[in-house]
Design a protein around this ligand. Sequence first.
Ligand code: MG
Ligand code: MG
Length: 272
Amino acid sequence: MTGGGVRAVVRRLRGRTGIEVKSSDQIEAMRAAGAVVARTLRLLEGHARAGVSTGELDELAEQSIRDAGAVPSFKGYHGFPASICSSVNEQVVHGIPSREQVLVDGDLLSLDCGAILEGWHGDAAVTVHIGTVAQADSLLSSACRAALEAGIAAARPDGRLTDISHAVESAALAAAAVHGTSYGIVADYGGHGIGTAMHMDPFLPNVGRPGRGLRLVPGITLAIEPMLTAGSDKTEELGDGWTVVTVDGSRAAHWEHSVAVTDDGPLVLTVE
Ligand code: MG
Ligand code: MG
């Protein structure tokens, strides 16, 4: 899930959740939680195809998470009814899985998954092609993934928080130039601290000048999650109170990893 939106504003007004600096043992524990998320997303990628509903993917995800002895962190989060967010086409993030929502060839599906293992959270997202997608959609997703990779590479000790924001933004702009197009970089939502809770301080914008905000020291753990659109960066929330869509109907991609800043550089936690 993403940080940002109304809930994060409310939380910021109430006060900080605190920045956690994890020990190496705690980072190892977060890796274990992250591995559950990674395994679950890989399972879903293998099952996501035309004719399958997002509700079925949600059931698979919950089973995978619980089989690992973990708990799906999204389920019941501020009342969210499912274990994954499934956001199709113009849906950017926080789509609610449903048995009625059957995937069709050409859909661009973002899957976001979170799990808690022994008190530690993992949070990651992938964008999946359903059958054969338009080349523009494939390029959009690869640009978003490249922006994530650039953001991860910037999560270095002695850097600052917005070095990551700047790296994400720069990579998205560079990819757009290479692809001969422009992308909307969604700024209403962003990444977040993660650890003993899913959404912790700091909020991590996906745009901005470098060299500002939290100093990145070993033990800081962040969910980095760019969201790109093929059109406007403006979004709105549907009447279900969750699903975030592009205002212009353009398609969107979303990639996310939970990452630790370590002495040796960035360490991706949501991998197997
Ligand atoms: Mg997140
Ligand atoms: Mg997420």
